[in-house]
Design a protein around this ligand. Structure first.
Ligand code: NI
Length: 167
């Protein structure tokens, strides 16, 4: 397993629309394992493949307190949304920024697992937020997009400055 480099906002590669995975083969499983390794090492609770510059519809999430409940979603689709729920979100691609976003409180999601088998999951609260946040990434969307234009500008400037300093 390899820890991959994570793209940082406002990198335009985060805006790509990810393509569906055609076959869940060993190459995809290796990618999933790298994504999990990268997420745990960061550390974070969710990662979409697009964040490591792979525009495929794959998400890994682990919202558990013990970091021992890895969930893998390949070609995920939200089929139901209910309620309203908001928490301060962060993102491995937007380091140091935490802002509240309004999401659905409960979602039903259909996806393929690491084994290629389809499953349906009903998620609430933090896990539901995480699923919505990560699936947004697959459509080229970042949580910052939900904030006011002023906040978006401030975040963009702050991160561009950080990236210049990091070079
Ligand atoms: Ni994110």
């Amino acid at each position: 397993m390899t820890v991959r480099a994570i793209l940082h906002y406002p990198d335009p590669r985060l805006r790509k629309k990810a393509q569906p995975v055609a076959v869940v083969d060993d190459g995809i499983r290796r990618l999933v394992d790298d994504m999990a390794e990268t997420m745990y090492q960061a550390p974070g609770i969710g990662l979409a493949a697009i964040q490591i510059d792979v525009p495929q519809r794959i998400v890994v999430i682990d919202c558990s307190a013990q970091h021992n409940d890895l969930k893998v979603f390949i070609n995920p689709v939200i089929t139901r949304r209910e309620g309203v729920y908001g928490i301060e979100e962060g993102c491995l691609s937007v380091p140091g920024i935490f802002e509240e976003v309004q999401r659905a409180q409960t979602v039903a999601v259909e996806a393929l697992g690491r084994d290629g088998q389809p499953f349906t999951l009903i998620a609430q609260d933090l896990l539901a937020v995480c699923i919505q946040h990560e699936i947004d990434h697959l459509d080229g969307k970042v949580f910052v997009d939900y904030l006011s234009r002023l906040k978006q500008q401030r975040i963009r400037k702050k991160l561009e400055k950080q990236q210049r300093l990091a070079m």
